[in-house]
Design a protein around this ligand. Structure first.
Ligand code: NAI
Length: 462
């Protein structure tokens, strides 16, 4: 038996970041991971591999649609699917090995296997029981499927199976127009598949600023994705390696069937806490299954903490990372804190979509008086040069104080541009603060400044 200051269960971005910060703060730390490699869903079957395929398929799209326009002539590349998957696997391996290196560098023990918690202060892995003053559960989430839909990861796949299909399907049906459905749907569309997205609600990407969601859907339609909104999938039947997706339109209850070679189920994820023994320990859960925690990530059982997808809040790697650092600071006797009002969200399609803070709909609902500063990438010289003029930056600021309340971007590098606004919001900045900050020319960032200028006396290039 070995004993630690803290044992972290799960090595995703929440867990491994927490482990590193614990070690940096002088705590004797171990991390438990049952997968063969560290890094959790994000590095193994989520964010990182999907970004590799988004990148390679975007390169293909550029070659097919924009190279000739820039005088780059030649044969359009063809897709070697096996090699593309091998590239993706290499990206995974480099990243997971990187985390392993960081564990060694910080003298964090990797306990290999699946953990349970027989009692506060104890973590059981295999037949061994390890002692810890504190335990942090960072066990992440798993795919949440629909009744009547069985995932086989071959024909009916979750995001995991979608990252290693045997071949590029002729036709893919995506259930759910959320982040996963649209990112992976656009990968397969660019690789030549016919892609139809079936979504329960009347708009894509629930919770997103409605103006951005509309523009986003229009852009994806232009790229060839088809949408059936307001439709509830009832079942998926697989016969002779083909799938039949049955759905009902919510407006008139009519039933329809869509054939597909592959069906991607992207209807959300749920906390993964199986086998931890939480019920026996008396760890309280929220009504929807997440582990209940206080503002400092303590569960209802003393000495047991939880972070990331296993607790409430957006299921985002960076939110988990921040909680991981925060809880490490709490365990080291410091004051860990996460500002949940400034957590960016990014969809890595092309163009990218990014947001932080309030949407216009939320501000209206709260009766908050606000102003809108909007700037189209069509007015940005760099974007025009790079065939990236689609989209806009929209900043929402308090009508009286000018303080930034939220920002929504659809356009080139939106996922990077959003952080300038995140920093501004952390400092309680006004739109004028951004507007008066000199921005290098020619950059996409100028569009952010122009949107901030539009909150005041007006943008220059619109
Ligand atoms: P999601 O919650 O983003 O979207 C699920 C969609 O499925 C919703 O639009 C919902 O209305 C729809 N839906 C549910 N039941 C349906 C039915 N019977 N028929 C048709 N549509 C139905 O979930 P998603 O895309 O699976 O992602 C899971 C989690 O992973 C999310 O929390 C997401 O934030 C996170 N994630 C984040 C990424 C990023 O930050 N870029 C990338 C991938 C995942």
């Amino acid at each position: 038996m070995s004993s630690y200051d803290v044992i972290i269960i799960g090595s995703g971005p929440g867990g491994y970041v927490c482990a590193i910060r614990c070690a940096q703060l002088g705590l004797k730390t171990a991390i438990v991971e049952g997968r063969e490699t560290l890094g959790g869903t994000c590095l193994n079957v989520g964010c990182i591999p999907s970004k590799a395929l988004l990148h390679s398929s975007h390169m293909l799209h550029e070659a097919e649609h924009n190279f000739a326009k820039m005088g780059l002539k030649g044969k359009t590349p063809s897709v070697d699917w096996k090699e593309m998957l091998a590239y993706k696997d290499d990206v995974i391996a480099t990243n997971t090995k990187g985390v392993e290196f960081l564990m060694k560098k910080n003298k964090i023990d990797w306990i290999k296997g699946w953990a349970s918690i027989p009692a506060a202060g104890q973590v059981k892995v295999g037949d061994d029981i390890h002692e810890a003053k504190n335990i942090v559960i960072a066990s992440g989430s798993e795919v949440s499927t629909l009744p009547g839909v069985e995932i086989d990861e071959k024909i009916v796949v979750s995001s995991t199976g979608a990252l290693e299909l045997g071949k590029i399907p002729n036709k893919m049906v995506v259930i759910g127009a959320g982040v996963i459905g649209l990112e992976l749907g656009s990968v397969y569309k660019r690789l030549g598949a016919e892609v139809k997205v079936i979504e329960f609600l009347d708009a894509i990407t629930p919770g997103m600023d409605a103006e951005v969601a509309k523009t986003f859907q229009r852009t994806l339609k232009k790229q060839g994705l088809e949408f059936q909104l307001g439709a509830a999938v009832q079942s998926v039947e697989v016969k002779n390696n083909k799938a039949k997706v049955t759905y009902k339109l919510r407006k008139d209850d009519s039933e329809h069937v869509e054939d597909a070679d592959v069906v991607l189920v992207a209807t959300g994820r749920k906390p993964f806490t199986d086998g931890l023994g939480l019920a026996e320990l008396g760890v309280e859960l929220e009504p929807r299954g997440q582990i209940k925690t206080d503002a400092h990530w303590a569960t209802s059982v003393k000495g047991i903490y939880a972070i990331g997808d296993a607790i409430t809040g957006p299921m985002l790697a960076h939110k988990a990372e921040d909680e991981g650092m925060g809880v490490a600071e709490v365990l080291a006797g410091q004051k860990g804190h996460v500002n949940y009002k400034v957590i960016p969200g990014v969809i890595y399609t092309h163009p990218e979509v990014a947001n932080v803070g309030a949407t216009e709909e939320q501000l209206k609902e709260d009766g908050h008086s606000y102003k809108v500063g909007k700037f189209s990438f069509m007015g940005n010289g760099r974007a025009k040069a790079n065939f990236a003029g689609d989209g806009f930056v929209k900043i929402l600021a308090d009508k009286d104080t000018d303080r930034i309340l939220g920002a929504h971007i659809i356009g080139p590098m939106a996922g990077d541009l959003i952080h300038e606004i995140c920093v501004a919001m952390e400092f309680g900045a006004a739109a004028e603060d951004l507007a008066r900050t000199c921005h290098a020319h020619p950059t996409y960032s100028e569009a952010v400044r122009e949107a901030a200028l539009a909150c005041g006396d007006g943008a220059i290039h619109s």
